[in-house]
Every structure is written in C-alpha cells, then in structure tokens.
Design a protein around this ligand. Sequence first.
Ligand code: HMG
Ligand code: MG
Length: 300
Amino acid sequence: EGPAKVTLVEVGPRDGLQNEKTPIALEHKLALIERLAACGLKVIEATAFVSPQWVPQMADHAEVMRALRGRRHPGVRHPVLVPNLKGLEAAFAAGVDEIAVFGAASETFSRKNINCGIAEALERFRPVVAQARAAGVRVRGYVSCVVGCPYEGPVAPEKVAEVAAALFEMGCEEISLGDTIGVGTPRQVIALLEAVAQRVPLERLAGHFHDTYGMAVANVYAAWRFGVATFDASVAGLGGCPYAKGASGNVATEELVYLFDGLGVETGVDLKALVETAWWVSGLLGREPASRVARALGGS
Ligand code: HMG
Ligand code: MG
C-alpha cells in the first residue's frame, strides 16, 4: 500500500484555465483560488509568467499575484510557472514565493511549447532556479511528455529520468512528471517511476496526469502504491480543448479526493465543498464538470 497522507497540488487556475479561449475575469480567477483554498487545498498553482502572445489567458499574471498577496489563506502556497529570467523578474516584482520551471522529455514538444530544445531549456532554467533559490523562493520542475509526445510518439523512461535528474540537480525541490496527453497506463507509469526513482528520490516526485484516455485515476493509484505522495489535479477536470485529441484536462481534483477518501488516505480536502466549486467554475465556463464524481454528487 502507498503513503498514508498525500498532497494534492491544485493546478486548475493555471493548467485548467490556460486553454480557455474566452478571457476569464480577474475577479473570477481570484474567487476560484479562494474557493479552492477554502476546500482545504494547500498548494494552488495560481498563474503563469509566460508570454501573453503565447498564452493570452495568463496575461493577467501580475494582477493575480498582487491581488492574492492581499488576501492569502494562511498556509496556502501559490506556485507560478516561470519559463525564463524575464518571467522570473516579473514574478519577483509581483511578490511570488514559489515558482515552477517546465521542461520536457521530448525535443519537438519542448520547441513547440517554449520555443527551444531540451538542452537549451535546461540551460535557461539554471540561472532561474539559482536566482529563485538565492531569494528563498521554492522551485518545482515539471517534465512534460513523460509517457508520450503528441509529435514524436512514445517517450523512453530513461529520457524522462535524464531530464528529471538534471532539474533536480540544478535545485528543483520537487519534480512533477507530466503525462501531458494522458496516454499512459499503469504499467508504463510504473516503468517510468522505476527509472526516475533511480535518479531522484521518490519523495521528491509528483504525478501530473491528464485524463485524455480516462486512465488518470488508474495511473494515480498505481503511482501512489509505488510510493508517490504528491499529485497534481484540476478542479472539475478543467483544461484542454474539446476539439483537440491529446489535449484534454487534468485528472479532476474531486476524483482524487474521492479515491483517497475511499482508501482512507488523508488529503485534507473537503469533497462536498470541492464538488460545489467544480459546479460553480463549470457554470462560469458554461458547461458541466468533466468529472464523473462531480456529476454523480451534483451541485447544490
Ligand atoms: P520566445 O518568443 O522564444 O521568447 O518565447 P523570446 O525570449 O525570444 O522573446 C520574445 C518576446 O516575448 C519578447 O517580447 C519578450 O519580451 C517576450 P517583444 O520584445 O517581442 O515584445 N517574453 C516574455 N513576455 C512575458 N513573459 C515572459 C517572456 N519571455 C519572453 N516570461 C517563451 C519563449 C518561453 C516566452 C514562450 O514560448 C512562452 O511563453 N511559452 C509558454 C508556453 C506555455 O505557457 N505553455 C503551457 C504551460 S506548460 C504545460 O501546460 C505542461 C504542464 O502542465 C505539465 C504537463 O502537463 O506536461 C506544466
Ligand atoms: Mg499539464
């Protein structure tokens, strides 16, 4: 059996919203973050200090962080994505206290996502991580395409382990392994963890599973049994584009809370409040929650 307690990293306000085509009001983003904190989530990824040309929905990153500074829930951390030194400068100016750099195990995906290859990305991250750490800012490192790449197909666990180790060795305190297109199944996830755990301590790993093929809960369960104790998830299963195969949302946070409640594993998250939040945010976006747990339990 796996760890008795897990940390859920809520990525809905960032990963969940980044693909939404219609601009979402700052007030709604802030209300979402506040509701998630009130549900008991202690890590809520808030935004991304990326180029507004690349991801228009995250263009209000500085406003989000400034507003959050004034109304923080005690003990809640708000990491933000930072791709380069320009992003770090803006993140510092907005008062962030935790960042995440994001690399990939696929060369083509890396170029499509951040306009440079894997090796160059790692060199870009090095001073970002060093400066953040020097300022007392915690750093997480993502690796995307840990099972498969939308452009290159299957990705070898050894390649993922190499990138994960590079991020860990440059100072990332936690490495989040992203099945970006949700193609993985538990056997692949275990092979991946076996390879990565040889280079990065298991307790520093997080699982980040998109649910494109409906395998995310199975993958989380497998990773938990392997010993992973941190999982990224998105309220209501937000994220992705309904028309783009290979780009659906993250596993829904309420599905993981339901899973772990059933396993007797502590998450610290109130399922009922979370399901209400899933319905609330889905209503804002004009749709029903993607998650079956939210639909089964209903909105109030
Ligand atoms: P680039 O065009 O190569 O950047 O983009 P550049 O350095 O050549 O600069 C070009 C322009 O962008 C300049 O502006 C810069 O100032 C500006 P101009 O002089 O032309 O007016 N710029 C910036 N503006 C704001 N913030 C910045 C920044 N940097 C440069 N930080 C760049 C490179 C990385 C910026 C771009 O490719 C980018 O923003 N990419 C972000 C893509 C992204 O956010 N993807 C989604 C998140 S990753 C993800 O979802 C996966 C994950 O969930 C895990 C998983 O599921 O696998 C994490
Ligand atoms: Mg993601």
